[in-house]
Design a protein around this ligand. Structure first.
Ligand code: UN1
Length: 503
C-alpha cells in the first residue's frame, strides 16, 4: 500500500514516490519534517550529455510547425488536467500549501497551456512599408534556442509552466532546474511532459530535461553558451549572479526576483474588501509568494479601526497542518525561513515597531514543522527590514496623509513587482495607475497585489529584474526577431537615396 494513495495515478506517467529511496538530495515535507523521498542530483558528466542532447533537439524542434508544437502542449495540458488532484496533493506535501491554493497552482499550469496552444497559431510578425520601389519589409519571429528555467520552491509548478509552455510553442527545448527544496513536484510534472514527448512523433529526445541539483547547476547553465535564454525566479542575490554570468556571454535572461509589494488603503476604501484582500495577500501561502503583501499604507482617518480589524483577523486565522480541514495557513518551508522571520521581527522591535503575532504555533503531531502566526508590525517610518523582502508572513503597517505621499512610499523600495490601491475615488485610482503612480510591473485597484491571472504579463521593475513571463506578449522573450527586406524589382535602389553605381 502506498503511503499517499492520492499520488497513485501518477504511476501511469512513471512517477512513483515509493521508488525514490536512494540519492543524495532529500525532500522534506514542511508539514512535519518527514523525508518524502531521496533523489539523485545531476553530475557534471550528466549535465554535459543533457545539454548536448538539448542542443540537438533544438535543430529538430525549430523546424516543426508552430501549431504542431502547440499540439504537444495541448496534450500535456490535458494530462495535467487528468492528474490535477495528485499534482495538487504533491504540492501540499512538499511545499505545505493548503489544498485550495495547491489546486490553484496546478490550474495555472493548465491555464498557461491553453493560452500557449492558442498562441501557437498567433506568433504574429509585422509587415512594414519599404521606401524602395517593389520592396517589402517584414518582421518575423523565430525560435531562439534552448531555454533554461530556474524555479523557486514557492510555486514549484506554475512558474516552470509559464516558461515551458511558451518556450515549447516558440520552438525551443527546455531545461529545468527546480529548487532543491522541491524536487518531487518537478519530477512528477516533468514525467507528465516526458510521457507526452515519448509518444509525439515529431518531438525529439532532449526536448525536455530536468536537472536536479544545487546552486552549481544554475551556475553551469548561466555560463553555458549553448543556453540561449536563462529564465530565473528567486532572490535578487541569485538573479544578480545569473545576470552577470549570462551577460558576459551575451546570452539572454528573463528575471523574476524579489518583491516588496504594498497596498494603499484610501479614505473611501470598502473596509470588508480591504480586510479580506489584506489577509489573503499578506498571510495566505504563509507569506511565501513573490506577490505577497508586505507593506500596508492606511490613510490616517481609517488607521485605528482597520488595524483593530486586522489584528482580530490575523489572530483568528486557522494555522495548522494543511491536510486538515479549514486550515488556511500552512507551515513555512523550513527552519531557515522561520529564523529569517524571527530575526526580521526582532529588528523591527528594536527599531521601535509594535509587533502583533509572529510567534511559533505548536501544531500537535507536527512539532517539527515551522508554523507561525502571521505578524502585523506597526511602524512610524520605513526601517531596514521593511525595505527588504523577508519570505514570511510579516505585514508592516504605516499610516499616511496624502495619496501622493502614499504613492511615493509605495515606490520607495528597490523592488518593483506588485502594488495595489483600495479606493472608490476615481481620481486616486487613475493617479495610481498613471505614469505618476505605482512604479511596479503590476498595479491593481480593489484587489490585493497577489493572485495574478496568467493572461497578463507577470514580472516587475528595478531589482525585481525587469522580466515578463506568462501572458500578453511575454512569448517574444523566447524568440528572436528578424527584420527582412525583399526586393522583387529588376533594379537595385539603395535606401536613403544613396548612389553607388558600378560598371
Ligand atoms: C510567485 O510567487 O513566484 O500572482 C508567483 C500570484 C501567482 C503567482 C506567484 N499567480 O500570486
Amino acid at each position: 500500500m502506498s503511503k499517499h494513495p492520492e499520488l497513485d495515478s501518477l504511476r501511469a506517467v512513471g512517477f512513483d514516490m515509493a521508488q525514490l529511496t536512494s540519492g543524495d538530495l532529500l525532500s522534506y515535507s514542511p508539514i512535519n519534517g518527514a523525508v518524502l523521498g531521496r533523489v539523485a542530483t545531476t553530475s557534471a558528466a550528466h549535465y554535459e550529455r543533457a545539454v548536448a542532447a538539448t542542443a540537438g533537439a533544438f535543430l529538430q524542434w525549430k523546424a516543426v510547425p508552430a501549431p504542431r508544437r502547440g499540439e504537444l502542449v495541448r496534450q500535456f495540458g490535458a494530462l495535467v488536467r487528468t492528474h490535477k488532484p495528485a499534482l495538487a496533493h504533491l504540492i501540499v506535501l512538499e511545499v505545505g500549501k493548503i489544498p485550495s491554493e495547491a489546486a490553484g497552482e496546478v490550474q495555472e499550469v493548465i491555464d498557461i497551456c491553453d493560452f500557449a496552444v492558442g498562441l501557437s497559431r498567433q506568433l504574429h510578425g509585422l509587415t512594414i512599408a519599404s521606401e524602395r520601389v517593389r520592396h517589402h519589409m517584414l518582421e518575423r519571429w523565430h525560435p531562439l534556442g534552448p531555454v533554461a528555467i530556474i524555479t523557486a520552491f514557492n510555486f514549484p509548478m506554475a512558474v516552470w509552466s509559464w516558461n515551458a509552455a511558451l518556450a515549447l510553442i516558440c520552438g525551443n527545448p527546455v531545461i529545468w532546474k527546480p529548487s532543491e527544496k522541491t524536487p518531487l513536484t518537478a519530477l512528477a510534472l516533468a514525467a507528465i511532459l516526458e510521457s507526452v514527448v515519448r509518444d509525439f512523433s515529431d518531438a525529439p529526445t532532449g526536448l525536455s530535461t530536468l536537472l536536479i541539483g544545487e546552486r552549481s547547476v544554475g551556475e553551469w547553465l548561466s555560463r553555458d553558451p549553448r543556453i540561449a535564454l536563462v529564465s530565473a525566479t528567486g532572490s535578487t542575490r541569485m538573479g544578480r549572479d545569473v545576470a552577470a554570468h549570462v551577460a558576459t556571454r551575451f546570452g539572454r535572461t528573463l528575471l523574476e526576483l524579489g518583491g516588496n509589494n504594498a497596498m494603499i488603503v484610501a479614505p473611501s476604501a470598502r473596509e470588508d474588501l480591504a480586510v479580506r484582500a489584506i489577509t489573503f495577500a499578506a498571510a495566505g501561502t504563509a507569506g511565501q509568494r513573490c506577490t505577497t503583501l508586505r507593506r500596508l499604507y492606511v490613510h490616517e482617518s481609517r488607521y485605528s479601526v482597520l488595524l483593530e480589524r486586522l489584528r482580530a483577523a490575523f489572530a483568528s486565522l486557522p494555522v495548522g497542518n494543511p491536510l486538515e480541514k479549514d486550515v488556511l495557513i500552512g507551515p513555512l518551508i523550513d527552519q531557515g525561513a522561520y529564523d529569517a522571520m524571527q530575526s526580521a521581527l526582532a529588528s523591527a522591535r528594536k527599531a521601535g515597531g509594535v509587533v502583533h503575532g509572529g510567534e511559533r504555533v505548536n501544531v500537535p503531531g507536527n512539532e517539527s514543522g515551522f508554523y507561525v502566526r502571521p505578524a502585523l508590525v506597526e511602524l512610524q517610518a520605513a526601517i531596514a527590514v521593511s525595505q527588504a523582502e523577508t519570505f514570511a508572513p510579516i505585514l508592516y503597517v504605516f499610516s499616511y496623509r496624502t495619496i501622493e505621499d502614499a504613492i511615493a512610499a509605495n515606490n520607495a523600495v528597490t523592488q518593483g513587482l506588485s502594488s495595489s490601491l483600495m479606493t472608490q475615488d476615481l481620481s486616486e485610482a487613475e493617479l495610481f495607475l498613471s505614469a505618476e503612480g505605482s512604479d511596479c510591473g503590476i498595479a491593481n485597484i480593489n484587489i490585493g497585489p497577489s493572485g495574478a491571472e496568467i493572461g497578463g504579463a507577470f514580472g516587475g521593475e528595478k531589482e525585481t529584474g525587469g522580466g515578463r513571463e506568462s501572458g500578453s506578449d511575454a512569448w517574444k522573450a523566447y524568440m528572436r526577431r528578424q527584420t527582412q527586406t525583399v526586393n522583387y524589382s529588376a533594379v537595385l535602389p539603395l535606401a536613403q537615396g544613396v548612389k553607388f553605381d558600378v560598371g
